[in-house]
Design a protein around this ligand. Structure first.
Ligand code: ZN
Length: 449
């Protein structure tokens, strides 16, 4: 490697190199640069842990954190916040708790950066009460950044009244809302499907607070409009906003058009999305499913051909669940786990229960296999759920938390609604796009994700 200079024996230069690789999205090189450092101090560990967490390598970030503790290297706000961010990405509650405890022992829990990452981490794992406790402990005298972190947690979970309550309380404290405060407000309204409020607050931010909306603010507005079925208006905003719409904007429009059964619009949005991201397998799948629902089989076949021609493969889904501080990862039809027998029989039992209460498997038209109805029976998220039940991932009555690296598939989404009802418990699935809370047979995403 060109950067393998004599620098790497000195901690400071080594950490600069780690930063460099992490910034350019080369986490493996960052790890290699770290491994070549002889005297590994807290600065090097900080650069590595933060770099790995920022590059979506939460498991690697964690093992680096464990390694650091094993070597008796002192914790800093960087190592603690990097490890917490990794815990948040994995939706690993026990890990969050352990690092929280570690931060208290190291005297770092009062730090604003650590506090914000803790709030974010607890928020991601769905423990809003813990996030709020951290926030309350940091009060009084905290700045807008901490308020925004807490508001963003409420917003992610669609709790718009708490976001609004905090917005008002913030003003009482004499703090001035900034672009992130408004982003939390708009996210909350978008997740709650309130397009009128979204528009009002968007204008308020511009006119009253003179804040220029960024792409993220526009995305919320597009999402709120599209979710409410105002597809033309949503598309108009996307086309006329002062930013080039990115793949995420078209993806939002695509899901909403499909949800509202606007077949031609769905095809149009998929075309736009595929121009930017031709390998997005979910776009082909969404279009094929919408077309098949209308009986347009020739076009379904064309979509399938196009996918084969472009050599687009379905990405491999991975789901994981944390049990007693350990993260268990599953692939579809995975049989590697030591409790495989128990997991499969628990899943069979659960499937039988939901079938009896009215669940019908959702067909996936993009699959070439014959048994389309059976194709999703052993999806990674279903296996993770069955394992969670077998292993007692949460006490009875408490929510089960699963994470998926991709978007939850339509069939699992349907099945999980029934699971939540027959099991009489809350199931939280954080997928690549959204946080789904299944309870009593319905999901907070309202069917659009
Ligand atoms: Zn959902």
């Amino acid at each position: 490697m060109a950067f393998k200079l004599s620098l790497n024996t000195q901690p400071f230069s080594g950490s600069a190199l780690i930063h460099f690789y992490a910034k350019f999205r080369l986490p493996q090189n960052a790890r290699k640069a770290f491994d070549e450092i002889i005297h590994r101090d807290e600065v090097c560990y900080g650069a590595l842990i933060v770099g790995l967490a920022q590059n979506s390598r939460p498991l690697d970030a964690f093992s680096a954190f464990a390694e650091m503790k094993g070597c008796n290297v002192r914790s800093t706000i960087y190592t603690v916040s990097g490890a917490l961010s990794a815990a948040g990405q994995m939706v690993a509650l026990e890990h969050c708790r352990v690092i929280h405890g570690h931060a208290i022992v190291a005297g770092l829990d009062g730090n604003v950066v650590v506090g914000c990452t803790l709030i974010d981490g607890y928020g991601r794992v769905g423990h809003i009460v813990d996030a709020r406790m951290v926030f309350d402990e940091l009060l009084p005298g905290v700045n807008t950044v901490v308020w925004n972190a807490m508001m963003s947690v409420y917003a992610q979970h669609g709790d718009k009244s708490s976001v609004l309550g905090m917005y008002n309380a913030m003003q009482v404290e004499g703090l001035v809302p900034d672009r992130f405060t408004f982003l939390a407000l708009l996210t909350a309204f978008c997740n709650a499907g309130l397009f009128l409020e979204s528009e009002q607050w968007f204008q308020r931010m511009r006119m009253e607070y003179k804040i220029k909306p960024g792409l993220e603010h526009y995305k919320c507005l597009v999402g709120a409009m599209a979710g409410a079925g105002r597809l033309e208006e949503a598309e108009h905003i996307a086309m006329t906003m002062p930013f080039e719409p990115d793949a995420a904007v078209w993806r939002t429009l695509l899901s909403s058009c499909a949800y509202h059964g606007a077949v031609d619009k769905t095809c149009e949005m998929a075309k736009r999305l595929l121009e930017l991201d031709p390998r997005d397998d979910s776009a082909y799948e969404i279009v094929a499913n919408v077309l098949s629902a209308k009986g347009r089989w020739d076009e379904v076949a064309e979509m399938r051909k196009l996918m084969i021609y472009r050599r687009v493969k379905k990405k491999q889904g991975r789901s994981w669940i944390e049990v007693k501080g350990k993260v268990h990862v599953f692939l579809a039809e995975d049989r590697r786990h030591e409790k495989t027998e128990e997991i499969y029989s628990k899943l069979a039992e659960l499937m039988e229960k939901i079938e009896k209460s009215g669940y019908v498997p959702v067909r996936d038209e993009m699959l070439l296999r014959e048994d389309k109805r059976e194709a999703h029976r052993y999806d990674s998220e279903k296996l993770a759920l069955a394992f969670g039940v077998v292993a007692g991932a949460a006490p009875p009555g408490k929510a089960l938390r699963i994470v998926k690296n991709l978007r939850i598939c339509r069939d699992s989404h349907e099945a999980f609604k029934y699971f939540s009802r027959v099991m009489g418990r809350e199931i939280i699935v954080r997928d690549a796009n959204k946080c789904h809370r299944f309870l009593n047979g319905s999901c907070t995403c309202g069917g659009i994700w």
